[in-house]
Design a protein around this ligand. Structure first.
Ligand code: PLP
Length: 438
C-alpha cells in the first residue's frame, strides 16, 4: 500500500469497537457480532465503496440496524391463515405477554405455596380441560408429530396400528404419517383401499396383535366420488368390542365445531364419538404456539404420560405459557382471520387501493396449514403488478403477497388492522421503486 493510499487511514478495529454506538449495542449484541459488523465496514472501505472517513458512521448505522435474530416479522397478505412458511399461527396479545413472562424463572414445576415440586404444566392442562370439557385429561408435547409418535409407541410398539389406506397421508414436505409410525417400532396394519374402507376391513384386521386403531384426518386433500370411510363412532364400536384403544389424529386443532369450517373435525365431537385419545397441533386452528395436544380419557392419557418417551417430547415452559394464554385470552389472530367480517375486509382493501391507485378484486383466502382443504374464505384483494411482489418481500416491513395469475395480490384478512398504515407505506415504497408501473 502506498504511503498516500487513503486506505491507510481506515479506522482500526479497536477504535471502532470503542465507538459510543458500539458501546451502547453491547447489551444487545455479542462481541463476535460487533466485530463482524466492524470488519464488514472496514472491508467496504478497502474496496473503495465508502471513504475511510465514512467507516465510523457505517459501523454506527449497521450496529443500530443489527438485531440478535435474523428472523424478520412479515405482514401476511396472502389470505392464507395458517401459513406454514410464516410459522403457522401468529400468537395473541395474551400469549405474547405470557411468553415474555415465562422467559424468566417461572413456577412451571413448583408449588409456590408449599415450596414443593409440582406437576409440570398444570395451568396449561387446566386451560385445555376448561376449553374442552369433553376431555377427562390432557397432555402437551412438542408438536403434533410427537403426539402421534408417543401415542403409537405407548399403545402399539411391537404390535400393530390398524389404519385405513385412505388415511396414510403425507402432511408437509417429506412428513409421511406411515413412515413416522413405522419409525416407532409399531407395525402398520393397512386396511381397505385408497377410496373405500368398510367396518369389515377393520374387523378382519383386529386381533391379538392389535395395539390400537388409528383414525387420521387427511387434512390437506379430499377424496371425492365413490368413497366410503368408517367414522369415529363406527370405529369406536369396533374398538370397544375388541377392547383396543382408538386414537384420532385430527391435526387441525379445532376444540369445538366451527360453523365457518363445515366438515372440519373437532376434538369434542371425536371424543363424544368415542375416541380414547385425540391428537391436535397447537399452532394450526387452535391459534397457539407449536405444540402437540393430547386430549381424552383419563386412563389412556395417563398411560401415554407415563411412557418414558413422554419426557423426550415434553413441551417447554414457553409453549406451555403461550398455549394456556391462547386458551384463556381473547380470540387469537387465527380465529379473528377466519371470522373476519367481509364488509370490513372490503372497506380496508378499498382504502388501501385508493391510496396506492390500484383496483380491488374478489379474492378467496384459505385456511392453510393442512386444514379445511377446499373451503374458500371469501374476501378481497388489492391487485398490483406482479413485479411489486419482490420489493414488497424485501421491504421494511416485509410483506408477503400472493402471486397468482400474473398479478401481485394483497389480501388483508391476515394483516392486523393496526398494521394497515405500515402496509400502505410499504406498498407505496415498492411501487415507487418500479419506476412508474402500477
Ligand atoms: C399437521 C398434522 C400433523 C403434524 O402436526 P405438527 O404439529 O405439524 O407436528 C399430524 N397429523 C395431522 C393429521 C396433521 O394435520
Amino acid at each position: 500500500m502506498a504511503q498516500d493510499d487513503p486506505r491507510r487511514s481506515i479506522p482500526r478495529t479497536d477504535q471502532l469497537l470503542g465507538l459510543p454506538a458500539v458501546e451502547r449495542a453491547r447489551e444487545r449484541l455479542g462481541e463476535h457480532v460487533l466485530r463482524d459488523v466492524v470488519h464488514t465496514a472496514q472491508q467496504r472501505a478497502r474496496r473503495g465503496e465508502i471513504t475511510p472517513g465514512e467507516v465510523a458512521a457505517a459501523v454506527g448505522a449497521a450496529v443500530a440496524a443489527r438485531t440478535a435474530t435474523a428472523l424478520r416479522p412479515v405482514l401476511n397478505a396472502t389470505g392464507v391463515v395458517v401459513h406454514t412458511n410464516l410459522g403457522r399461527a401468529p400468537l395473541s396479545a395474551a400469549a405474547r405477554e405470557a411468553l415474555a413472562a415465562a422467559a424468566g424463572y417461572v413456577d412451571v414445576e413448583l408449588d409456590l405455596t408449599t415450596g414443593a415440586r409440582s406437576r409440570r404444566g398444570t395451568a396449561a392442562r387446566e386451560a385445555l380441560l376448561a376449553a374442552c370439557p369433553a376431555a377427562e385429561e390432557a397432555l402437551v408435547v412438542n408438536n403434533g408429530a410427537a403426539a402421534l409418535v408417543l401415542a403409537t409407541t405407548a399403545l402399539a410398539a411391537g404390535r400393530e396400528v390398524v389404519v385405513s389406506r385412505g388415511e396414510l397421508v403425507e402432511i408437509g414436505a417429506g412428513f409421511r404419517l406411515p413412515e413416522l409410525i413405522a419409525s416407532t417400532g409399531a407395525r402398520l396394519r393397512e386396511v381397505g383401499t385408497t377410496n373405500r374402507t368398510h367396518p369389515e376391513d377393520y374387523a378382519r384386521a383386529i386381533g391379538p396383535d392389535t395395539g390400537c386403531l388409528l383414525k387420521v384426518h387427511p387434512s390437506n386433500f379430499r377424496v371425492e366420488g365413490f368413497t366410503a370411510e368408517v367414522g369415529t363412532a363406527g370405529l369406536h364400536e369396533l374398538a370397544a368390542a375388541h377392547g383396543v384403544p382408538l386414537v384420532a389424529d385430527l391435526g387441525s386443532g379445532l376444540l369445538v365445531p366451527d360453523p365457518a369450517l363445515p366438515g372440519e373435525p373437532d376434538v369434542t365431537t371425536a371424543l363424544e364419538d368415542g375416541a380414547d385419545v385425540v391428537l391436535v397441533s397447537g399452532d394450526k386452528l387452535l391459534g397457539g404456539p407449536q405444540a402437540g395436544v393430547l386430549l381424552g380419557r383419563a386412563e389412556t392419557v395417563a398411560r401415554l404420560a407415563a411412557h418414558p418417551l413422554a419426557r423426550a417430547v415434553r413441551a417447554d415452559k414457553l409453549a406451555l405459557a403461550a398455549l394456556e394464554a391462547t386458551l384463556a385470552g381473547g380470540p387469537p389472530p387465527v380465529a379473528r382471520a377466519l371470522h373476519a367480517d367481509p364488509e370490513r375486509l372490503r372497506a380496508r382493501a378499498e382504502e388501501l387501493a385508493a391510496a396506492v391507485g390500484a383496483p380491488v378484486v374478489a379474492h378467496d383466502g384459505r385456511v392453510g396449514g393442512g386444514g379445511a382443504p377446499g373451503v374458500p374464505l371469501p374476501g378481497w384483494a388489492v391487485r398490483l403488478p406482479e413485479a411489486a411482489a419482490a420489493p414488497l418481500r424485501a421491504g421494511e416491513p416485509a410483506v408477503l403477497p400472493r402471486v397468482h395469475g400474473g398479478a401481485c395480490l394483497l389480501d388483508l384478512r391476515c394483516v392486523p388492522e393496526a398494521d394497515d398504515a405500515r402496509l400502505r407505506a410499504a406498498v407505496r415504497t415498492a411501487l415507487a421503486g418500479l419506476g412508474g408501473e402500477g
